[in-house]
Design a protein around this ligand. Structure first.
Ligand SMILES: [Ca+2]
Ligand SMILES: [Ca+2]
Length: 303
């Protein structure tokens, strides 16, 4: 382990400016078993555009509602989908806030620098560098330059960016894809810079899992990983006390977009796409380390 390069150590200052122009400038509930899967009848045709890769969910435009950010893989465009806390937006409604985003892997959308607006945290897959792309709280491309916040990040899979330590500053959680498949937390410091704090191990043995997100699902005051056991389809939430709890079953066949408070009730929600139908669903959490009993919200198909 010690021989592995800890990411988020070396900063090399700022690079290209105007990053947004780069390149051209489960039924009704998270709970409940396979019976909770979406109905498979009447699979609708996908909306125009095709597959999206999710960057994450956060209030990008500053209106108090959680929004979605995703890349349209066919074009490399980065799209903003402003949320209303309910059943919109649809997949066809995105506003382009950036171009040239193929070749990047998203870690999450969070206010890493404590700037008052979330930014996009993404790895350049060619170099392994990790960049913060600061937002400005608008529905338009940002004019702020990106900030290098780490290097050596190839070989990791991101779980999400959220406050895992309880200091209200977002941290990066990622799995090391070799060795013991350790899940690491990289503490943020609320600065536009790499973290100078040592990383923390959240445990080993995260092979055969898909990282769904990092959220304070049980309202313990800090975010914790939510992972899918790929062998069973179970969704596991591990707040680090009392062991993990299963908060859903039958989750094979989903792609996780992010965790965030979509409906504005103060509880973290899970946003995921059913890959067979391309329908995007919000599974509202209830602030308990347990499956949700609330009805899920459809954001439509074509995702
Ligand atoms: Ca918003
Ligand atoms: Ca919520």
């Amino acid at each position: 382990m010690s021989a592995d390069l800890p990411p988020a150590v070396k900063a090399r200052g700022r690079a290209f400016s105007l990053w947004f122009r780069r390149g051209a400038a489960v039924a009704a509930a998270l709970a409940v078993g396979t019976a909770a899967l979406p109905a498979e009848a009447a699979v609708p045709a996908a909306a125009p555009g095709g597959a999206l890769t999710f960057a994450g969910a956060a209030d990008w435009d500053g209106d108090g509602r959680t929004d979605l950010i995703a890349r349209r893989d066919a074009t490399g465009d980065l799209l903003l989908f402003p949320g209303d806390g309910k059943s919109t937006p649809g997949a066809a409604s995105g506003t382009v806030i950036g171009t040239g985003w193929n070749g990047y892997t998203f870690a999450g959308v969070a206010d890493w620098a404590a700037a008052g607006h979330p930014g996009i945290i993404a790895r350049n897959d060619g170099t392994g560098d990790l960049w913060l792309y600061p937002g400005e709280g608008t529905r338009a491309p940002s004019s702020l330059p990106p900030v290098l916040i780490g290097s050596g990040w190839n070989g990791y899979t991101f779980a999400g960016v959220a406050d895992g330590t309880g200091d209200r500053l977002p941290d990066i959680t990622a799995r090391e894809d070799s060795g013991a498949r350790t899940l690491w937390l990289y503490p943020g410091e609320g600065k536009p810079a790499p973290s100078s704090k040592p990383r923390l191990s959240l445990g080993t043995g995260y092979g055969d899992t898909t990282l769904a997100g990092v959220a304070d699902w049980g309202r313990f005051g800090h975010a914790s990983p939510i992972v899918r056991d790929d062998l069973s389809g179970d969704l596991r939430y591990d707040p680090g006390r009392g062991g993990p709890s299963v908060i859903g079953t039958g989750w094979g066949g989903y792609t996780f977009a992010d965790t965030a408070d979509w409906d504005g009730d103060g509880n973290a929600d899970l946003i995921a796409r059913a890959d067979d139908t391309t329908e995007l669903w919000v599974y509202p959490g209830e602030g308990k380390p347990a499956p949700s009993t609330k009805p899920r919200i459809s954001l439509g198909t074509g995702w």
